[in-house]
Ligand binder design. Structure first.
Ligand SMILES: NC(=O)c1ccc[n+]([C@@H]2O[C@H](COP(=O)([O-])OP(=O)(O)OC[C@H]3O[C@@H](n4cnc5c(N)ncnc54)[C@H](O)[C@@H]3O)[C@@H](O)[C@H]2O)c1
Length: 440
């Protein structure tokens, strides 16, 4: 098929490359000229495992091209995916200006029947709004608007896109449904379902999934906080409860609060949708409040140990991205923590395998040293604070850590190490929801 992706960010680029990998001809459009220039030369502007390889192969095979011109990008196309930003508006609602502006632009350009797909995360009722925007200058028999929310996870986005757990397609048009089914069938050869439903249910499914996952994380974070106070170990509780098949083992890890480009804004947008429908969606509101508090918990542990004034202290911070295997720092808990440490008078030496350039651009270098590697970050610091659980932090050279740190003190926001190992090594070790180890 001939496909166009409008918006070549995390979702647009991964979708474009994966559709091309399945043999489709894809044109990716973006208004960011630098991004398009970089992509044309085969260089991905984002870090995502496996992306570079697929990008290079599909450029070489001529199945994917890049342009800044929407008009050029939609020539001969059958399906247009809108993978545009939907950031929070003033009241927390999803801001639809990018999506609706694109629809209006398209209403002046389309000549033959085209399926317009909302791949962005958009609130219930958006398909109707996009249809209305298209209908401003276009006959309604020349298009269908389909909701097709994206469930990929950054860090494993390629795998998620090529082998999705499920595909959700919201449309009431038989013609659009057939096209979408044909497009996605190669992705579900192992038997995973394509769920067809109406547009509104499809739009709601995405928010339901993200809000549920955010709730699960928040529940475990609260459980961890209680375990600390009640003398229980959340790791034991987590495995004990996760073995119940009704609960399941995944997504039960406590930490420093969820971040990223999706959960915070989607939970907020769902609360806003509820408000617009005069519904007081209490769990969702509480999830937001719990997460805001959780993001302060690690900093609070540090201050409890050293006192509120951290002048003269230097901390190593391992991990900046909002989760491992991405360079995405949107709403990353590490950024809030670093700001708090700096405000309290401390300096920071930090290391992240992929996200340092992005953080440097946002937080600058005042009081922050960006280290060459994880051990360099520890040099002469008073303590290590772990915020993101990159694989390379899991099994470090502990002796080198002990040599580099001024004191053997670790605050672990992700429960990366076993208590027995840290006890054996003589660390003061504070983690989330587990007993604190005193220095040997
Ligand atoms: N990132 C994720 O993990 C993820 C997962 C599922 C769904 N989503 C949703 O997908 C949507 C996109 O998210 P993202 O993370 O890819 O965002 P992003 O910011 O990485 O990418 C958006 C891209 O759109 C481009 N753009 C903006 N206006 C444009 C225009 N008028 N024409 C062409 N391009 C334009 C931007 O330059 C940018 O490259 C959001 O609604 C998000 O909630 C994201």
């Amino acid at each position: 098929m001939q496909l166009t992706i409008v918006g070549t960010g995390y979702v647009g680029l991964v979708s474009g490359v994966c559709f091309a990998e399945m043999g489709n001809d894809v044109v990716c459009v973006d208004i960011n000229e630098e991004k398009i220039k970089s992509l044309r030369s085969g260089k991905s502007p984002i870090y995502e495992p496996g992306l570079d390889l697929l990008l290079e192969r599909n450029i070489k095979e001529g199945r994917i091209t890049f342009t800044t011109s929407l008009e050029e990008g939609i020539r001969n196309t059958q399906v247009i995916f809108l993978a545009l930003p939907t950031p929070p508006g003033k009241g927390g609602e999803a801001d639809l200006q990018y999506v609706l502006d694109a629809a209006r632009d398209l209403s002046n350009m389309l000549k033959t029947y085209t399926v317009i797909v909302n791949k962005s995360t958009v609130p219930v009722g958006t398909a109707e709004k996009v249809s209305a925007a298209l209908a401003e200058n276009l006959s309604t028999d020349l298009f269908d608007v389909v909701s097709n929310p994206e469930f990929l996870r950054e860090g494993v986005a390629i795998e998620d896109f090529l082998k999705p757990d499920r595909v959700v397609i919201g449309t009431q048009s038989e013609k659009a449904r057939k096209i979408m089914e044909e497009l996605y069938t190669p992705f579900v050869r192992q038997g995973n379902p394509i769920h067809f439903m109406d547009e509104r249910s499809s739009e709601m499914t995405k928010y339901a999934a993200n809000a549920y996952l955010a709730m699960r994380i928040s529940f475990m974070n609260e459980m961890a906080n209680l375990c600390e106070r009640a003398g229980a170990n959340v790791d034991a509780v987590r495995t004990g409860m996760g073995s119940d098949s009704r609960i399941g083992k995944r997504f039960l890890f406590p930490g420093v609060g969820y971040g990223g480009s999706c959960f915070p804004k989607d939970v907020q947008a769902l609360a806003q949708t509820a408000a617009e429908h005069d519904y007081d969606f209490r769990i969702v509101k509480t999830v937001m409040a719990v997460n805001d508090r959780q993001k302060t918990m690690l900093g609070a542990k540090v201050k409890k140990y050293y006192g509120a004034d951290l002048s003269g202290k230097t901390f190593a911070v391992w991990g900046l991205a909002f989760k491992p295997e991405t360079d995405d720092i949107r709403e990353a808990p590490a950024l809030e923590l670093i700001k708090e440490l700096l405000e309290a008078g401390a300096t920071v030496r930090t290391y992240d395998p992929e996200a340092m350039e992005n953080v440097k651009a946002q937080l600058g270098t005042n009081g922050i040293h960006y280290a060459a590697d994880q051990y360099d970050a520890l040099q002469g610091t008073d303590a290590l604070i772990i915020v993101t659980e990159w694989a390379e932090f899991r099994n470090p050279r502990f002796e080198q850590m002990l040599d580099a740190l001024r004191e053997p003190v670790v605050f672990d926001g992700r429960n990366v190490y076993s208590l027995s190992k840290m006890e054996e090594l003589g660390f003061y070790y504070e983690s989330m929801g587990r007993p604190t180890l005193q220095r040997a």
